[in-house]
Structures are given as C-alpha cells and as structure tokens.
Design a protein around this ligand. Structure first.
Ligand SMILES: [Mg+2]
Length: 293
C-alpha cells in the first residue's frame, strides 16, 4: 500500500486531557500502519475549522476531540473541493461523543486508531442550516443551547450531570416560539418548545434517542415538541427523552431532505452543541463526507 499522509489535530483540553497522555501511542500506531503523520495542536475551535479547510495536502484528517471539534472540522473540510477532500478520522475524547457512538467507534484510543489505520470508508450525510453544516443534530429551543453554556472544565468534571444542571437552570427563563413551515404542500403553524433536525441517532449523550435516524439515508429526522403549558410540556419532553412516542398526535416526527422554517422572532440555533445561524432556517442535506470507521 502506498503511504498515506495523515494530519492529526487535537484539542489539548478535550475530555480530561485524554489524548495528550496517549499522544505517543497514537503516533506510533499510525506510523506503523504506513501513515506519514503530521500533528497540529489546536488552540481554539476556530483554529480547528481553519486547519481542516487547509488540509487538501493530506489523505486523512484525524480529529481528536468531541462533537464540537468534529463539527468545526467538518465545516472546514467541506470548503475543500470533493476530489481533494481528505477522509475524516475520529478519536473520540469529548464528553458526549454522539457521532462516534452512532458510527460504532471504539472508546479506547488505541482501538480507534486501528480503525482509522484500516481505512474503511463510510460515505456519511451532513446536514446544512443556511451557510453552516452539522453532522449530528441541529436544534432550537429548550435545553438545546445548554452545551454552549457549560464550561469545558465543568463538563470534564461532572460529565452528563453538568448538562442536566444547566438545563434545569435555563427552564424558568425560557419562552416558547412560533414556527411556520411547509410540508408536502401543506403549511403548518406551531408554537414550540423544542425543534430537532437529526442526522445521527443519539443526541446530547442520550444514546438511541432517535433510533430511526440514519447517517446515510439522505434524510433528516425532524422532531417538533409543541408548547402545551408547563406540566404537559415537561411530560412531552420526558416522553422524548425516554424514547416513548405515547402521544404521537402531539409530538410531530417526520423525515425530509429539505425544510424551510420561519419563526415569529429571531431564534438561535445550535448545531452539534456549537452556535448555529439565527432563524429563518433553510435546512437541507449537505454534501456527503468520507469517514474512516
Ligand atoms: Mg439521515
């Protein structure tokens, strides 16, 4: 096999510095499997996106980080023309690792290195909201900006609990919003507390939250939780979290490859736990990217 050029980019603070202590092992496994390795230590998430966008000189772009780092890397990689775009490798060292879970990647760093070294490619869908891309989930409303508000150090120490505590803290100040969209020629209006467009099947560390979602079907799974007064709203949210669809008439769920959503006031979106565009949103399936898995 001809030697592959591989760029390893890591966020030194992700996941309790899980990668930094294994860096030598990682480089050894990649090198011994015939990769010519270059390493980049990312100083910020913007740095991650920029280095990805300039990586047409390598065959494999390996990111060691969580869903946020992968999100930035994918937004950078998509700027490279498809025939020059390197394949994406993932070493899951973040807190939630929703995408790594959906791809069935091993949790152990050396095992994940071996998967990348093997070189099997999956052509994975991305989702797109206006000018930005996402790999796992686009969302708006209740609990969706929690990840952005939780400090990295707190995330590392408390893990999932940090999200839940921050989520509870944001509840009292939350206001539902109105959305308007068209599906199959029918216009719908809805007052909502939560809107999700899902590509992978786990969200915010909740495994198999959306089991019907597939990373390769060219569709996004849309889930809309309407506002229904607080006790009912909390009940509906719990149904979603417990993966129950007891009241299918209240929670809307459908598949689509394109959806335009208008809101009654500017609403922030969240893409893979990072800030996304404000509404209105043009949501579509984006380009496919090659993932080593
Ligand atoms: Mg899909």
């Amino acid at each position: 096999m001809k030697g592959q050029r591989l760029r390893l980019v890591y966020n030194p603070y992700a996941g309790r510095r899980k990668l930094t202590v294994q860096l030598d092992t990682v480089i050894r496994i990649f090198q011994e499997s015939g990769n010519e390795v270059c390493v980049h230590r990312a100083c910020s998430t913007e740095d991650m996106e920029q280095i990805a966008s300039q990586s047409k000189d390598v065959d494999r772009f390996v990111i060691a980080g969580g869903d946020g780092s992968i999100h930035q890397a994918v937004n950078g990689l998509i700027k490279i023309p498809e025939n020059q775009r390197p394949a994406l490798g993932i070493l899951p060292v973040g807190t939630a690792n929703d995408l790594a879970y959906a791809l069935h990647l091993p949790k152990s760093i050396p095992e994940a290195c071996k998967v990348i070294a093997k070189g099997n490619i999956l052509r994975m869908d991305t989702g797109q909201v206006n000018e930005r891309y996402f790999v796992n989930v686009a969302s708006a409303g209740l609990l969706t900006d929690v990840s952005q508000k939780v400090d990295t150090r707190v995330k590392n120490t408390l893990g999932q609990l940090a999200y839940i505590l921050k989520g509870i803290e944001t509840l009292p100040s939350f206001r539902p919003f109105h959305i308007e969209f068209e599906k199959d020629g029918v216009r719908s209006k809805e007052e909502v507390v939560l809107f999700l467009a899902v590509n992978g099947h786990s969200v915010g560390g909740l495994r198999q939250l959306v089991p019907k979602a597939s990373l390769t079907d060219g569709k996004l799974q849309i889930i809309i939780v309407p506002a229904a007064g607080w006790p009912e709203t909390i009940r509906l949210l719990l149904n979603v979290l417990r993966r129950e669809r007891v009241d299918a008439s209240k929670i809307k769920e459908f598949q689509t490859s394109e959806l335009i959503i208008h809101t009654d006031r500017p609403i922030k979106s969240d893409l893979d736990g990072e800030y996304g565009p404000e509404s209105s949103w043009h949501i579509t399936i984006g380009p496919k990217i090659s993932v080593l898995c």
